[in-house]
Write a protein that binds this ligand. Structure first.
Ligand code: NAD
Ligand code: TYD
Length: 359
């Protein structure tokens, strides 16, 4: 039985990954979820698996070397999947320091702990692997519609978030090059789906539209992101950790590039389509809520992934078409209003007011 140490498993992608893995492997695997439960981490996301015998949650900070080493002492970890990070670009513009601490120093702590625990002779015990989950934002911004990010595209990060992720990727690579440490990196495009915190575009637009609040569009709304349903990302991570070549990096993305303004219109149309006339929330949903606001500083124009390598080497293909995925996502938010209320109260409210005031 393989033991996976998943960091950041209470966040958006991490929790979807844990659900995906238990659905696929059932009792054949053990998952230890290590999460500091920042504003973005929520154990509600994992209610359905909390009582499983082959699941353990540990509240710990990846910057805390003693706490992380202790987990490696207690568990015979086979695979690390490192999701834990500060993940929101706008927050990184406000406060870059925490991004360096968690994303760079935290990753260093994880690498050191795994390196020490897995050491054997001059190398490492057989079968151990460390997958570092990263983003396509490390490659910077594309100017033309027919340009794509390949694994060979030079890094050119622009935001403190992407710079911190780029730094962590280089750190992981340095452990591969220096110690022959068995690590792999995935660089994925923008994810969407259940459990995404409503500071990110898609859940923010759903949440605001239902409440009849402004839908803030940064700049001209023509920035392009390449959207992937979160379960397809989980599938890619599973394939890479179980079948990828050690020391390699893999881009994950499903060729689904859309302008932000298109995404907003699709969400509004989907809400109008799903909500019955009798639902009170339906009358709030209106194109009139769309509001062009001051652009994000250093706003990357276009992201687009070329997934040729993961397709060719591992046979990965996205399974969820965008029309299907966005419908499923909108429906999930409609059916999980309590979850949404829980995460949007308190600190998030203050963040929102600060971030969008005077924009
Ligand atoms: P998220 O913000 O929803 O979740 C991050 C999780 O990490 C939370 O549960 C949080 O509590 C935890 N965490 C934060 N700091 C921690 C610390 N110091 N110690 C332990 N846990 C800590 O993020 P997400 O969107 O799920 O992203 C997960 C990973 O995937 C990140 O590494 C991100 O860079 C990467 N990624 C995200 C996207 C996307 O579209 N969201 C795309 C590509 C890659
Ligand atoms: P976001 O979900 O923050 O992801 P990322 O910046 O990591 O790509 O933003 C997606 C796109 O949507 C990005 O181009 C910025 C834009 N955006 C808005 O126009 N309005 C908003 O309120 C937010 C949060 C994002």
């Amino acid at each position: 039985m393989k033991t996976y140490l998943v960091t950041g498993g209470a966040g958006f992608i991490g929790s979807n990954f844990i659900h995906y893995m238990f659905e696929k492997y059932g009792d054949e695997i053990r998952i230890v979820n290590v999460d500091a439960l920042t504003y973005a981490g929520n154990l509600e996301n994992l209610k359905a698996v909390a009582d499983r015998k082959n699941y353990r949650f540990v509240k710990a900070d990846i910057r805390d070397a003693a706490a992380i080493n202790k987990i490696f002492d207690e568990e015979d970890v086979d695979y690390v999947v490192n999701f834990a990070a500060e993940s929101h670009v706008d927050r990184s513009i406000e406060n870059p320091g925490i991004f360096v601490e968690t994303n760079v120093l935290g990753t260093c702590v994880m690498l050191n702990a795994a390196r020490a625990a897995w050491a054997e002779g001059e190398g490492f015990r057989e079968g151990k692997r460390f997958l570092h989950v990263s983003t396509d934002e490390v490659y910077g911004s594309l100017d033309n519609d027919d340009d794509y990010f390949y694994e060979t595209t030079p890094y050119d990060p622009h935001s403190p978030y992407s710079a911190s992720k780029a730094s962590s990727d280089f750190l992981v690579k340095s452990y591969v090059d220096t110690y022959h440490f068995p690590a792999l990196i995935t660089n994925c495009s923008n994810n969407y789906g259940p459990f995404q915190f409503p500071e990110k575009l898609i859940p923010l637009i759903i949440n605001n539209a239902l409440a009849g609040k402004q839908l803030p569009v940064y700049g001209d709304g023509k920035n392009v992101r390449d959207w992937l349903y979160v379960e397809d990302h989980a599938k890619g991570i599973d394939m890479v950790i179980n079948g990828g070549r050690t020391g390699e990096k893999y881009n994950i993305g499903g060729h689904n590039e859309k302008q932000n303004i298109e995404i907003i219109h699709i969400i509004l149309d989907t809400l109008r389509d799903i909500l019955p006339e009798s639902d009170e929330r339906r009358k709030n949903v209106s194109d009139g809520l769309i509001t062009y606001v001051t652009d994000r500083k250093g706003h990357d124009k276009r992201y687009a992934i070329a997934p040729d390598k993961i397709k060719k080497e591992l046979g990965w293909e996205p399974e969820t078409r965008f029309e299907q995925g966005i419908r499923r996502t909108v429906r999930w938010y409609l059916e999980n209003e309590e979850w949404l209320k829980g995460v949007t109260s308190g600190d998030y409210q203050k963040y929102y007011e600060r971030m969008y005031a005077g924009r």
